[in-house]
Design a protein around this ligand. Structure first.
Ligand code: GLC
Length: 520
């Protein structure tokens, strides 16, 4: 590893949804000791950091994204001592830990909200957004965003489920408490923070109505001028960054909610966040032209100053293999991961993506996710991508000795880590090769990026280079073999999903990932 290696820039970040990764105590729910027990697997995979979705005490109205205590561990996931053990064991393996901070809202069972709703005169009344008359702000999970509280005869605002009341970030005490949350985890050795819907923390002071626009779902029918992206966020980010910069090599990545590449980029840079998620791939069709367009738009928005990132899957979207692949064939998953792991920008991998896990399908009565329950059958929610990790072919895929909280995908007997470890041609072994290559290649980690030819033919080609290393990546998204552009000197083969040697004239097979090197 180079001396100037910066983990969040040059490394690969792996997202774990703790309740679905590994269950150590047989209650059907993954937990922190379960994650610790799988660290060797993750180290061997070659990732540099883990982002853990919430593990804090939560009534689970939104599966951990409704937090009732920011500085503790839900007993179902373990204890603070288990957390310390996980951090120490990860650090021993050079794996950093990123925790998920959900600071836009609390659970309605958080002691702050219980106090706030207890009476209009309670000192914490103003910690949340209470109004006599609702305005037209909507809940992202469906319906109006205001909930009537019969006892105190006012409405409170919730951007998500009604069990997730939004905090009033304008209240200085809320502001202070929240900065304490950062300090608490930074002091415990956490390396980074993922900020859940941070660009919604502040709402318009005068509660102005959002203008209407065309859209399908309720939330999309408004132009979110007054409930998202308020100017107060910028000085706050500066304060957060100053706090983080007191510790060495800390990182903050924000989940920009409903935002253009330009808006996302405006939150990043010196004195702001290190990164804001780029989810654009998750909305794109599987085509060279679509991905090229996406890469160009984000490259333009981030410019030279902001380090980009790419996401193919997370706990809110159908998995990449589900979106792209045909049946159990992994050709398309190989192409997508070949792209993710060779672009200029931090790759985020979602647990199980390395073995091509597909989403599970649920009957209506089995749906647990609140927006899935609300919008069924038009939208079936996010449970599909949150199924248990498929470790081996034993019952419950080696995830748990009990019935898991969500069913295991029926393909687990064939598609699992143990089987793919044994198979040299598996997706897992291909991903490992790509990661090993990225780790050993300064050009892939931080070299310049240049798109090479018109992707209209179905081949996405780009150059990644430093002064010492020139690489070309070719990804054939089309169903036909394609000729590759000639180079002045003959290239050498670095990695291919399809072959061991190069033939002239250079061609790329359908579905092939091909990485070539030319002399620098
Ligand atoms: C973010 C999370 C999502 C959660 C929502 C509310 O979008 O990624 O899972 O439901 O915030 O906290």
């Amino acid at each position: 590893m180079q001396d100037d290696f910066i983990w969040w820039r040059d490394g690969i970040i792996y997202q774990i949804y703790p309740r679905s990764f590994a269950d150590s105590n047989g209650d059907g729910l993954g937990d922190l000791p379960g994650i610790t027990s799988r660290l060797d697997y993750l180290a061997e995979l070659g990732i540099d950091a883990l982002w853990l979705s919430p593990f804090y005490p939560s009534p689970d109205a939104d599966f951990g994204y409704d937090i009732s205590d920011y500085t503790n561990i839900d007993p179902r996931f373990g204890t603070l001592a288990d957390f310390d053990t996980l951090v120490a064991a990860a650090h021993q393996r050079n794996i950093r830990i990123i925790v998920d901070l959900v600071l836009n809202h609390t659970s309605d069972q958080h002691p702050w909200f219980l106090e706030s709703r207890s009476s209009r005169n309670n000192p914490k009344r103003d910690w949340y957004l209470w109004r006599d008359h609702p305005n037209n702000w909507q809940s992202f999970f469906g319906g109006v965003g205001w909930e009537w509280d019969a006892a105190t005869r006012q409405h409170y605002f919730h951007m998500f489920a009604r069990q997730q009341p939004d905090l009033n970030w304008r209240n200085p005490k809320v502001h202070q408490e929240m900065l304490e949350v950062f300090r608490f985890w930074a002091e415990r050795g956490v390396d980074g923070f993922r900020l859940d819907v941070f660009n919604a923390y502040f709402k318009d002071e005068n509660y102005r109505d959002n203008p209407r626009k065309f859209g399908l779902r309720g939330f999309e029918r408004y132009n979110h001028l007054y409930d998202i992206n308020q100017p107060e966020m910028h000085p706050l980010l500066n304060e957060i960054r100053t706090l983080l910069d007191h510790y060495p090599e800390r990182y903050a990545v924000g989940e920009t909610f409903v935002a253009s590449p330009e808006t996302s980029a405006s939150y990043c840079g010196p004195g702001k966040l290190h990164a804001a998620f780029n989810f654009d791939f998750t909305f794109r069709k599987f085509s060279a032209a679509e991905f090229a367009d996406s890469i160009q738009k984000w490259t333009q928005a981030t410019g030279a100053e902001i380090w980009p990132n790419y996401v193919l899957s997370n706990h809110d979207q159908p998995r990449s293999a589900t979106r792209y692949a045909h049946g159990e064939d992994d050709t398309r998953a190989r192409l997508a991961l070949g792209m993710l792991l060779t672009l200029r920008g931090t790759p985020f991998l979602y647990y199980g993506e390395e073995i091509g896990m597909r989403d599970i399908r649920l009957k209506r009565s089995e749906i647990l996710d609140p927006p899935g329950q609300h919008y069924w059958p038009f939208y079936t929610g996010r449970d599909g991508c949150r199924a248990p990790m498929q470790w081996d072919a034993s019952p419950q895929a080696g995830f748990s000795s009990a019935k898991p909280w969500l069913p295991v995908h029926p393909n687990y007997r064939q598609r699992n880590v143990a089987a793919q470890q044994q198979d040299p041609g598996s997706l897992l072994n291909f991903v490992k090769k790509l990661i090993a290559l990225r780790r050993s290649s300064p050009a892939l980690q931080r070299g310049d990026f240049r798109l090479l030819c018109d992707p209209a033919q179905g081949v996405l080609s780009y150059e990644r280079q430093t002064t010492a290393q020139h690489l070309r990546v070719h990804l054939n998204f089309s169903a036909r073999p394609q000729a590759l552009p000639a180079t002045d000197v003959s290239p050498s083969l670095v990695l291919s999903s399809h072959r061991d040697s190069l033939n002239q004239p250079l061609q790329i097979a359908p579905g092939e990932v091909l990485i070539l090197q030319t002399p620098a």
